[in-house]
Ligand binder design. Structure first.
Ligand code: AN0
Ligand code: CP
Length: 316
């Protein structure tokens, strides 16, 4: 692997998941691999898990990690080509990415969809410009359309908890007061299908994900029907793709409740976090024995560690 922008960069998915699960058993097994190597974690948006799990993953590999919060610490970046830079943006991505890439062996970046211009977000302008101008391998820590490190941790978690080879997995939309990106849902759908699981996506009208991410998943508009016999229920809010970036519904009846979880096959509850309690999911569900939200977040260390390991092996 020479960059990790999406599942397209993964040539052997079972091997990557296996690597992550093996690393989890012995997190310091490759503590020499990253000696004298460093990773820069660049954040254009807030983070708890991605930032800390990435630092921990680097530490476990013997790497040094630096964090740049572009929002509060860096110069405001211009991504467009050929513009007269007389606005508030002090530095162009051409120089910024080239400089950062000359300091570090790996560069990871978080740049959420801005939810203003669909074409701009779905062209992946920010992460693609980084890749173009940065001489070091680039890792996606959530971009305009995807959050592959999260999807890899989710896949690991399901592999650890499934009771049948191809479990029924449900991705359910849930309400949220503010517009959120489709990235987590897009990647989850993509990765669950790549793992050949039985995926159903359920959401209100108007919340259809882009065709390229729905793929061959079943789409069921009746949430209760979707939950029937599910082994895993993955909740996430996203804003509309068709009416781009809009909150079309805050219908509380889409919240994940214990009563709905009773329709599943002893279903496990998943969410990438951060989650709004009693908006997305009832306390009774997230606090139940069937909640996997903490193990899922723990696996973020090992998903990043497996990715960094494969990138470092490629650099050697
Ligand atoms: C972000 C999102 O939905 O993309 C990050 C999730 C990992 N969530 C929020 O902004 C609440
Ligand atoms: N799940 C996740 O990526 O969390 P953070 O936004 O806190 O990094």
């Amino acid at each position: 692997m020479n960059s990790f922008l999406s599942i397209k960069d993964v040539n052997n998915l079972p091997a990557l998941v296996n690597d992550a699960l093996e690393i989890k058993k012995n997190p310091h097994a490759y503590s020499d691999l990253g000696r004298n190597k460093s990773v820069c974690l660049i954040f254009l948006n807030p983070s708890l898990r991605t930032r800390l799990s990435s630092q921990k993953a680097a530490f476990n590999l013997g790497m040094n990690a630096a964090v740049l919060d572009v929002g509060s610490q860096g110069w405001k970046l211009e991504f467009a080509d050929g513009v007269v830079m007389d606005s508030d943006k002090a530095e162009h991505i051409k120089e910024a990415a080239a400089v950062i890439g000359s300091y570090f062996d790996v560069v990871a970046i978080r740049a959420f969809a801005k939810l203003e211009d669909r074409e701009e977000d779905y062209s992946e302008q920010i992460i693609q410009s980084f890749k173009k101008y940065c001489p070091a391998p680039v890792v996606n820590m959530e971009s305009g359309t995807g959050h592959p490190l999260q999807a890899l941790a989710d896949l690991m978690t399901i592999e650890e908890h499934k009771t049948v080879e191809k479990p029924k997995v449900v991705l359910t939309w849930a309400p949220h007061p503010r517009p959120l990106p489709q990235a987590v849902a897009n990647s989850f759908s993509e990765w669950m299908q790549a793992a050949d699981f039985d995926l159903t996506i359920t959401h209100p009208n108007g919340y259809e994900l882009a065709d390229e991410f729905v793929g061959n998943a079943k789409v069921e508009y009746d949430q209760r029907k979707a939950f029937k016999d599910a082994e895993f229920v993955y909740a996430k809010n996203w804003s509309s793709y068709s009416d781009y970036g809009k909150v079309l519904s805050t219908d509380r009846s889409w919240m994940v409740t214990a009563e709905k979880m009773a329709l599943t096959n002893n279903g496990k509850f998943m969410h990438c976090l951060p989650v709004r309690r009693n908006v997305i999911v009832e306390d009774a569900v997230i606090d139940s024995e069937n909640s996997l939200v903490i193990p899922e977040a723990t696996n973020r260390i090992f998903s990043m560690q497996a990715v960094l390991k494969q990138l470092l092996e490629h650099l050697k």
